[in-house]
Design a protein around this ligand. Structure first.
Ligand code: 1GP
Length: 251
């Protein structure tokens, strides 16, 4: 199986380099807004496009990815809310198992059903321990997943969940407060989790200020994901990317 992107992430982590991912929800963009995001992202040296959403009602996922692909070399990583959000036009797939929840369908059930189709896609598959953390308001992901998020102050539960995910073989850990979270994940929790795992750590949900992106990196996040705030104001891409790339190396 392909491992190119994952190997790069591991190398970056070793060098203390942080990455910035712009999350694109196909339901919330059109050709013109993708064009604008593209232009700003290329200029700001964005590291990845994450594409997906908890719902994705629209049917233009393939077109959306093809438009991105045609205009730049920024790797496109699928961040699917369901197995129907797999597109062979992307570069890689976050193969998410919702390890913070106890819904067997999202831990393994949907994976079994979609396995042959996912394998056939030819995408780089990145096994990802997905952890939803309470972000102060019910988000689409918490509703759709029908699973309780980890309480925001239970840093030990988050730490043990991430450790278990890693020991089960997951190559990435994604801590998500949910799109549009009122309260993003605390630096205390990021610090606790990152200091107990070796895998690259993705953090997202409710990050609206570059300062918070910077502090998350300082606490040990390796990839910062921002969606909602950029949908509202695409010019944030530049500042967010600069904050993430500001050269912080964890000691
Ligand atoms: C959600 O982590 C992502 O799954 C990003 O969240 O849209 O709030 O930036 P936002």
């Amino acid at each position: 199986m392909k491992q190119e992107l994952h190997n790069k992430l591991v190398d970056k982590k070793k060098q203390g380099k942080k990455s910035f991912a712009v999350l694109i929800d196909p339901d919330k963009v059109d050709v013109a807004s993708i064009e604008q995001i593209l232009e700003l992202s290329i200029e700001a040296k964005v590291d990845y496009f994450f594409v997906g959403g908890s719902l994705v009602i629209s049917t233009h996922l393939d077109e959306c990815i093809q438009q991105l692909k045609a205009a730049c070399n920024i790797p496109i990583v699928l961040f699917p809310g369901s197995p129907s959000q797999v597109s062979k036009y992307a570069d890689a797939l976050l193969y998410l198992s919702l390890i913070s929840g106890r819904n067997p369908e999202l831990l393994i059930g949907q994976h079994v059903i979609s396995a042959p189709f996912v394998k056939k896609s030819g995408l780089e598959i990145m096994p990802t321990g997905y952890m939803v953390i309470d972000g102060g308001a019910p988000t689409t992901v918490s509703y759709i997943s029908n699973a309780a998020p980890i309480p925001a102050d239970k840093t030990d539960i988050a730490m043990c969940t991430a450790m278990a995910g890693e020991m089960l073989g997951m190559k990435l850990i994604y801590m998500d407060a949910g799109s549009g979270a009122k309260i993003p994940i605390s630096e205390k929790m990021i610090e606790k989790v990152s200091s107990h795992i070796e895998s690259p750590l993705i953090v997202g949900g409710g990050i609206i200020e570059p300062e918070k992106a910077y502090l998350n990196c300082k606490a040990g996040a390796d990839i910062i994901v921002v969606g909602n705030a950029i949908e509202k104001d695409a010019s944030l891409i530049k500042e967010m990317s600069a904050a993430v790339h500001s050269g912080f190396v964890k000691i």
